[in-house]
Design a protein around this ligand. Structure first.
Ligand SMILES: Cc1ncc(COP(=O)(O)O)c(C=O)c1O
Length: 453
């Protein structure tokens, strides 16, 4: 089989799967190509040791640029009179190496807590961004959070708190700046998350009961992450726009609709909706349904966080050994990795997230085996999702096998834990052909310190 065939087999080098930057060397090693630079992931895994996260800021830049350009393209095409703003939800990945490239490409920010806003404060005070950057603040408005919002507004930052409940409504009654409000739409999309109780936002009726609101600028909703169908994004928009129109009649200064996050990630490398297709539908829907009825086309904010971040990182583990279990339900061949699903890719355990798993070396091996993967914590739940198998090369005597999990850039770091006091993966940043260590391997002492030792 040729390298091209192996690329097809492992679904690498394809834009529709977000693997267009991946390639295979003639020796069967996994490569990432940044223009004319290339990173050999096998070499890097051996050099920096596993478990290892590799971040690729150029992928973040590429995705933000594509998103903004696509919106602007359709805004022009449909002669839409509103503007587009991408607000990056910081909860998705707060690491410095991920946030700075976003800002370079013109992303605005969305915070979920006082601590995230503290990062914004640091950037603002270090003059890292220009005064046109916009920040919107979701999440529970504690006293600390509110006072930081007011402080930054006082310093000239364009900052808009989003009111999510009656308590916040009261606390922000005398706030002098612009505010947004969050609605809990009646529309529900299918996702991993429990939607039986949505604690966030006002119901549409509660919202209308509030009457006229001082300085209301943004109507915001977020229907969930990993929205499975493009139609669901449009159905939510339809309901959101109808609420927007009613609110706008009572609050003429309202001028922005924030459609939240939720654009799906192609974790499993199957057919999925595209940015071009969905953005075209959003802009054309808004263009068609505003204007004529006297409602000016709203500015559009989206907070598609995982879409931007997930493909910008891969996590690499080494297979420590194989273990054949011959009895009971676990009777199969297990590869034990030198990290932990429960700690390092916690969504595997929490929401049964699947990832695209590919070998880092021996990619051109024809000796593939069906194996089940488990982590090195003591927990029997520390295994690759749903107990499903993956195909990986047969282990060769005297040679280490490494495996890569693709699309791990969203949420996993902040949600990560330290079960069995295993060390978190080291993190290297691959940019312009150079490698920078963002987080070194943790020693026993480093981990012990976190627990007061
Ligand atoms: C308000 C809000 N915006 C944006 C996001 C990001 O969602 P996603 O990463 O699915 O795009 C979330 C995720 O929970 C959210 O709660």
């Amino acid at each position: 089989m040729s390298t091209q065939n192996f690329k097809e087999f492992w679904k690498l080098g394809k834009a529709e799967f977000d693997t267009q930057f991946f390639d295979i060397s003639k020796d069967g090693e996994l490569l990432v190509k940044e223009g004319n630079y290339q990173y050999n992931l096998h070499e890097l895994a051996k050099k920096y040791e596993t478990s290892l996260e590799m971040a690729f800021p150029f992928i973040i830049e590429h995705r933000v640029e594509t998103l903004i350009n696509t919106f602007n393209f359709y805004i022009k095409k449909y002669k839409y009179r509103g503007k587009f703003y991408f607000h990056y939800p910081m909860k998705v990945n707060q690491n410095r190496e991920f946030i700075l490239p976003l800002i370079t490409e013109g992303a605005n920010l969305e915070t979920a807590s006082a601590n995230e806003l503290w990062i914004v404060k640091r950037l603002w005070e270090q003059h890292k961004f220009n005064s046109r950057i916009k920040v919107i603040c979701n999440g529970p408005k504690t006293d600390e959070y509110l006072s930081l919002i007011k402080e930054l507004r006082g310093q000239g930052l364009d900052i808009v708190p989003i009111i999510e409940n009656h308590h916040e409504y009261e606390s922000l009654k005398n706030y002098k700046g612009e505010v947004g409000i969050r609605v809990d739409l009646n529309f529900r999309t299918k996702s991993h998350w429990d939607h039986s109780v949505d604690r966030f936002g006002f119901t549409p009726d509660e919202l209308f009961d509030l009457g006229k609101m001082r300085n209301l600028k943004i109507l915001h909703y977020h229907v969930g992450s990993h929205i499975p169908h493009a139609n669901d994004i449009i159905k939510a928009l339809k309901e959101g726009l109808s609420i927007y129109k009613k609110l706008k009649k009572i609050n003429p200064q309202l001028d922005t609709i924030d459609i939240g996050g939720g654009f799906n990630v192609n974790f499993e490398k199957k057919k999925m909706y595209s940015v071009q297709g969905v953005v075209q539908r959003i802009v054309s829907y808004l263009a068609k349904h505003t204007g004529d009825d006297g409602i000016a086309p709203p500015h559009i904010i989206c907070e598609w966080g995982s879409h931007i971040m997930a493909p910008s990182q891969v996590t690499i583990f080494k297979v420590l050994y194989e273990k054949n279990i011959n009895k009971g339900a676990a009777a199969r061949k297990w590869y034990v990795i030198d990290g932990s699903f429960m700690n390092d890719l916690i969504d595997t355990w929490a929401i049964k997230q699947k990832w695209h798993v590919v070998p880092v070396n021996n990619l051109n091996s024809k000796k593939l085996e069906r194996v089940w993967l488990c982590g090195s914590s003591c927990d029997s739940d520390d295994k690759y999702t749903g107990g499903s198998y993956v195909r990986l090369p047969k282990l060769e005597e005297g040679e280490s096998q490494y495996v890569a999990f693709i699309d791990t850039g969203a949420y996993q770091d902040a949600l990560g834990s330290q079960h069995c006091l295993l060390s978190a993966p080291a993190n290297i940043v691959c940019q312009d052909g150079d490698i920078k260590i963002a987080r070194a391997h943790e020693t026993a002492e480093d981990v012990g310190k976190k627990f007061g030792w």
